[in-house]
Design a protein around this ligand. Structure first.
Ligand code: FES
Length: 107
């Protein structure tokens, strides 16, 4: 199973295994990784699952959809080049080792 690496707001790191086809948001919430709220449950309508994808991985992800792009303009923390909504990131075998950082706030 692909491994996902999360850097938390306190700087600590957490790695979890995730099934292919699962979303990064589900991988975080199901494993109790703090920092993703996911208030809407993954329907791309709350922006509280915001993460910063590490630079090395940005180009390996499909670009955000129009809806995701619009929601990213309303994140509580600054939108950065690596900003994505983790509920819109489906894990593939190629994303084994994906690293994301939690933003300082989701609300
Ligand atoms: S969980 Fe609400 S936008 Fe991702």
């Amino acid at each position: 199973m692909p491994q996902l690496n999360f850097t938390l707001t306190d700087g600590s790191a957490v790695s979890v295994s995730c099934a292919v086809g699962e979303t990064v948001m589900n991988a975080a919430t199901l494993n109790g990784v703090p920092g993703v709220e996911a208030v809407c449950g993954g329907f791309c309508s709350c922006a509280t699952c915001h993460v910063y994808v590490d630079d090395a991985w940005i180009e390996k992800l499909p670009p955000p959809s129009g809806d995701e792009n619009e929601m990213l303009d309303g994140t509580a923390a600054d939108r950065l080049p690596g900003s994505r909504l983790s509920c819109q990131l489906k894990v593939t075998a190629e994303l084994d080792g994906l690293s994301v950082r939690m933003p300082p706030t989701q609300a």
